[in-house]
Design a protein around this ligand. Structure first.
Ligand SMILES: NC(=O)c1ccc[n+]([C@@H]2O[C@H](COP(=O)([O-])OP(=O)(O)OC[C@H]3O[C@@H](n4cnc5c(N)ncnc54)[C@H](O)[C@@H]3O)[C@@H](O)[C@H]2O)c1
Ligand SMILES: O=c1ccn([C@@H]2O[C@H](COP(=O)(O)OP(=O)(O)O[C@H]3O[C@H](CO)[C@@H](O)[C@H](O)[C@H]3O)[C@@H](O)[C@H]2O)c(=O)[nH]1
Length: 477
């Protein structure tokens, strides 16, 4: 067992940075070309490693080969174009693995109906990786997908078993390397992370991953255009620990952030009752560095591809051990209540929701991504439909995807925010897309039947709108 440790390399001078060598690895193969795989692949290629990206979705691979970024993420198209000589795309895991020095598993781990993480794609990736490893190959297999406790151990046993059956002797080392990037900030978070966590008790795995991430850990690369290094950001910490702790760091971090948001949302509803402004409360709380200012933005509640499923998966892990996580459970409950509260606030003002027309602005779970997984906007639209309201929804990037994904939802898909607002009895802002913040709300609300605006992100100039006669409501203020 290695001793858990955190190391930060000493700060370097500019001359040292310019002269710092980068030793590219022989080949890095990434299995899974989704949000995590693609952003990681583009960054590793940019840092000089030859990268092979694999996905079982042939259409996705063909689009990537044709130069399409396939996901909406700031700077990704440009970085993929810039690194195309270092990057290739394939559907063939086995071919991509042969000769690779590092194989990263970045496939999806969605929630099953009972809430635990579905690790079948990880298992399948492990089987296929084992099928491609060659006699004498030295390789580090890295699990980057968010996986429940014991999955790293399971991946190594699956691979070792297949290798034995194939009678192939390969030197395979294993490491857990959870990912902390945020959608919409994915490239920045990958280039300038707070920490890199490596869970392994294998020194060879640790050495190779240190080499893989050396330019990031020591910040020795010239930043890509438009992705400049944030000022005053300290060098990333390298945390080396055991695989089980690394798996837990990932789930506990997401659960903690979800708890933090639910906490401020819980306080927000009390603020509404007592007449305080939750933004001011959060500002005051955040000045205490023990609390920290991040993730205290009250609103419609958290969504997305990670928090909802990871909060459930952590509870499922606990349940396996006959244990419960009441704080995490409460965060989930508060999040659901928050959505219902939004609908009830509209009902309070409009009195009757049945037959009313509500404009829902924003379908992605946050700005800067086209990801519709666990979208608060879509959830709220469905709650409103259930209460008999008509919903006209708009999103600047994900409208077509939403329409295709939910053909049975009786939502009118509006081609513009203006179209959504025209004739509406109320507007509900669910995603703080900059496009929405820059709208001329004073003018556009005049197109509505009644000028009622529920700002689910506390992002609009409420005082100005109120002065202009709009019934403006924020969250917790
Ligand atoms: N999205 C995020 O912001 C984020 C951040 C940190 C961690 N994570 C975790 O990373 C993992 C990946 O998440 P994502 O959002 O990138 O998922 P995603 O659904 O966007 O991408 C996964 C990709 O893997 C492919 N795939 C599945 N099985 C495969 C196989 N056997 N061989 C080849 N390709 C296969 C799928 O076709 C898909 O394109 C998840 O465990 C997630 O929890 C996600
Ligand atoms: O103060 C806040 C911050 C966030 N949110 C909401 O919380 C959700 C998640 O936001 P964010 O964390 O920014 O986006 P993700 O891309 O889901 O990233 C989270 O989930 C990823 C997947 O595991 C992790 O890697 C990241 O570290 C973690 O922040 C979104 O619905 C946000 O609108 C709030 O309501 N208030």
């Amino acid at each position: 067992m290695n001793t858990p440790s955190v190391t930060r390399p000493p700060a370097r001078t500019l001359t040292e940075v310019a002269a710092a060598p980068t030793t590219p690895l022989a080949r890095v193969t990434i299995v899974g070309s989704g949000y995590v795989g693609l952003n990681t692949g583009a960054v590793l290629a940019y840092l000089g490693h030859p990268v092979v990206m694999v996905d079982r979705d042939a259409e996705r691979v063909a689009a990537l080969q044709a130069g399409e970024a396939v996901i909406y993420e700031q700077g990704l198209s440009e970085l993929l174009a810039q690194t195309h000589a270092q990057l290739s795309f394939t559907t063939q895991v086995q071919e991509a693995v042969a000769g690779a020095q590092v194989v990263i598993i970045a496939v999806g781990t969605p929630a099953t109906a009972s809430g635990d993480a579905d690790t079948r794609a990880v298992e399948q990736a492990a089987q296929e990786i084992a099928g491609g490893l060659q006699e004498g190959q030295r390789c580090v297999v890295v699990v980057k997908s968010t996986v429940p406790i014991g999955t790293n151990r399971r991946v190594s046993s699956v691979i070792d078993r297949v290798l034995q059956r194939r009678q192939v002797r390969a030197q395979v080392h294993y490491a857990s390397n959870p990912e902390f990037l945020r959608e919409g900030m994915a490239l920045r978070d990958t280039l300038y992370p707070d920490r890199v966590v490596i869970g392994s008790d294998d020194p060879e795995a640790l050495t190779t991953l240190r080499q893989l991430y050396q330019p990031i850990l020591e910040q020795t690369f010239a930043p890509p255009a438009g992705l400049e290094r944030p000022e005053h950001k300290p060098l990333p910490a390298l945390m080396s620990t055991d695989a089980t702790s690394a798996e837990m760091v990932k789930y506990a971090s997401n659960a903690f952030l979800a708890v933090k948001i639910s906490f401020i949302n819980e306080v927000a509803l009390l603020c509404e009752k007592v007449g305080a402004d939750v933004s001011e409360v959060a500002r005051g709380m955040g000045m205490d560095i023990r609390i920290g200012a991040g993730f205290l933005q009250a609103g419609v509640g958290w969504g997305g591809s990670c928090f909802p499923k990871d909060v459930l998966a952590l509870q499922a892990v606990a349940a396996e051990y006959g244990y419960s996580l009441p704080i995490v459970q409460a965060a989930d409950m508060v999040n659901r209540r928050q959505r219902v509260h939004m609908v009830e606030r509209l009902q309070d003002v409009l009195k009757v929701l049945r037959g009313r027309q509500v404009a829902v602005l924003g379908l992605t779970f946050k700005p800067g991504t086209n990801d519709l997984r666990e979208s608060p906007g879509l959830e709220l639209a469905q709650l409103l439909l259930r209460r008999g309201a008509h919903v006209r929804a708009h999103d600047p990037v994900a409208l077509d995807a939403a329409r295709t994904l939910y053909p049975d939802l009786e939502i009118d898909w509006a081609a513009s925010a203006e179209e959504a607002l025209r004739g509406a009895d109320a507007a509900l802002l669910t995603t703080a897309w900059p496009e929405y913040l820059h709208l001329d709300w004073a003018v556009l609300t005049r197109l509505m039947r009644t000028r009622v605006v529920l700002d689910g992100r506390n992002a609009l100039p409420g005082d100005l709108l109120r002065q202009d006669g709009v019934t403006y409501m924020g969250v917790g203020r």
